[in-house]
Design a protein around this ligand. Structure first.
Ligand SMILES: [Mg+2]
Ligand SMILES: [Zn+2]
Length: 177
């Protein structure tokens, strides 16, 4: 049987985007993100993170530093009873023109190879046009745009993760399908 999935961007969605965050000290979870993710878990979604990390390709930090931070993040999630199936990242700089930097579909393709996902009933949450365009390119049906940027073609838009969480708590049927 195919399972619904929630695809999550990291910076600006899970943590506050201070720009090229790779240190634990700078990793600040957004308000309401734990409750929001538990809401999706309660409704039967598998959680995946898909994140562009061009800071690695640009030489601002190493893959190892990114992976250490990821381990720490996953441990914090576990303490909050949140299990993330996997975290995929693109380490390339834009000029490398890889197939995994969002909005290219490489990371989602990889997830779909290993998991039976019901894309028609899946969601993606991001804070950039490239996130929403990834969903469109990958046939992930529903999207949520977070933040102040002008983003086109999202199903729902909220200024903050907290607003998104409050809305979905009041409108659970939207993700209960
Ligand atoms: Mg982002
Ligand atoms: Zn890439």
């Amino acid at each position: 049987m195919k399972t619904k999935a929630l695809f999550l961007d990291r910076d600006g969605v899970i943590n506050i985007d201070y720009g090229y965050v790779y240190q634990i000290e700078k990793f600040e979870f957004t308000k309401g993100v734990f409750e929001l993710l538990r809401l999706f878990l309660e409704n039967g979604y598998l959680l995946f993170v898909v994140t562009n990390q061009s800071g690695i390709g640009r030489g601002y930090y190493t893959q190892e530093q990114f992976l250490d931070l990821t381990d720490w993040m996953l441990e914090k999630f576990r303490e909050e009873n949140i299990e993330i199936v996997s975290v995929l990242h693109c380490h390339h700089a834009p000029e490398e023109q890889c197939g995994c930097r969002k909005p290219a579909t490489g990371m989602v393709d990889e997830i779909l190879k290993n998991n039976e996902i019901d894309l028609e009933n899946s969601w993606l949450i991001g804070d950039k046009q490239s996130d929403i365009d990834l969903a469109i390119n990958s046939n992930i049906k529903h999207t949520i745009a977070i933040g102040e940027r002008k983003i086109k073609n999202a199903t729902l838009s909220f200024k903050t993760i907290l607003e998104c969480k409050l809305f979905l708590e009041e409108n659970k049927d939207i993700i209960a399908l």
